[in-house]
Design a protein around this ligand. Structure first.
Ligand code: 2ND
Ligand code: ZN
Length: 358
């Protein structure tokens, strides 16, 4: 599933926008090993970088979101000090810039980084400083913003939402909930979403990945999500007649009519069982139906992937053209939680000129 793909330079150099990428799902294997050794964490399944990378990919290939999520125990374990968070965030920004990403929203759950004694604020400040460092080290070819995630099985969402508002002018663009979806509907966190709406703050919700339409419906109609993390199961509300004509149910129509962005993550979906192959992944049909589709990595370490790899596989296995990649990239930039003028500047000044060169 996580096959290695020789990336073509013409894909690597395209300007890219990434809205759905987990900080704790994108560490370099060698960094995990170095931090584990330095801090005395002896729980890693391997201390050889290539083998450890393979272990993450193979273990995440589980066919279930719950088992996929178990692999994060090891990455989160080495992200418990300010130095480690700073390093991981800086390397993240540099790796994304090297992949051609010009704007990224990278998410993580501050509540998962407290076992070394940091406060929530210290976690956010260490990650922010790391992103700034990584941007600079990349020659300012990338802009990175953080999304703060609350874990849906836990009870910290209001506290995390307050943290988003506190840091909204300082590197934090929005809020998210993640974790096991079945049994943990987004309405459990309604207080947090209502608070954010009163504060005019932005949020996305992981919905329609491991659970279907009710989760998407709650996320949009009860909670007010601006974007959907994955949302791939919106396909359950789209039917194809014998003569090939498609018809959209009320919810699918609403999502398309309102231009609600879908943060789609093809490789991740193959691993958790939400989709069967790149060739048949719903992202292509949803693109053809003109939903506001975006292309994302989710967890680069667990999927052995990158934006270039996701894009190249869509080209090679699902018939995407460069024009379609450009369309999805502009969709993503329009959907970012960045002020309008900054979005426009990146579209007109970076993305369109970048594509014009291809
Ligand atoms: O695809 C996902 N669905 C739900 N939760 C996820 C996914 N990828 C990562 N997470 C969880 C595990 C991480 O520890 C947490 C914060 O990044 O978010
Ligand atoms: Zn995710």
């Amino acid at each position: 599933m996580s096959e290695t793909v020789a990336l073509r330079p013409e894909i690597l150099t395209l300007p890219k926008v990434l809205l759905h990428d987990h900080l704790d799902g994108g560490l370099r294997p060698e960094t995990i090993i170095e931090i584990a050794r330095a801090e005395g964490y002896d729980g890693l399944p391997s201390y050889d970088p290539a083998e450890l990378g393979r272990w993450f990919r193979d273990s995440a290939d589980s066919g279930s979101l719950e088992r996929y999520l178990e692999t994060f125990d090891h990455s989160v374990a080495v992200m418990q000090t300010a130095d480690a968070l700073h390093r991981v965030a800086s390397e993240c920004a540099q790796d994304l810039a090297a992949d051609g990403v010009v704007y990224a929203e990278v998410r993580y759950a501050p509540e998962q980084h407290l076992t070394g004694g940091l406060t929530l604020e210290e976690v956010v400040e260490a990650v922010n400083a790391g992103f700034r460092d990584g941007e600079k080290a990349s020659g300012d070819r990338i802009v990175v913003r953080a999304l703060l995630t609350a874990m849906r099985h836990a009870a910290k969402s209001t506290e995390i939402a307050q943290l988003v508002v506190r840091y909204r002018d300082d590197g934090v663009a929005g809020f998210d909930i993640a974790g096991a979806e079945a049994g943990y509907p987004p309405t459990r966190h309604l207080d947090a979403f209502e608070y954010l709406r009163r504060e005019n703050a932005h949020f996305t919700i992981h919905a329609g990945e491991a659970f279907g339409l009710p989760s998407i419906w709650e996320a949009i109609q009860w909670c007010g999500a601006e974007r959907l993390g994955h949302g791939v199961r919106i396909m359950d509300d789209i039917t194809r007649d014998d003569d090939g004509a498609t018809s959209l149910g009320r919810l699918a129509s609403y999502v398309r009519d309102r231009r609600i962005p879908l943060e789609m993550c093809p490789s991740s979906n193959l691993q958790t069982g939400a989709a069967d192959s790149f060739a048949t992944h719903p992202i292509t049909e949803l693109k053809d139906l003109r939903f506001r589709v975006t292309i994302n990595t989710d967890n680069r370490l667990m999927s052995g992937t990158s934006m270039s790899r996701e894009m190249q596989l869509l080209v090679d296995e699902a018939g995407w053209t460069t024009a379609a990649l450009r369309w999805a990239t502009i969709n993503a930039m329009k959907s970012a939680f960045l002020p309008f003028e900054e979005r426009l500047a990146l579209i007109e000044g970076v993305i369109k000129p970048g594509y014009d060169q291809h």
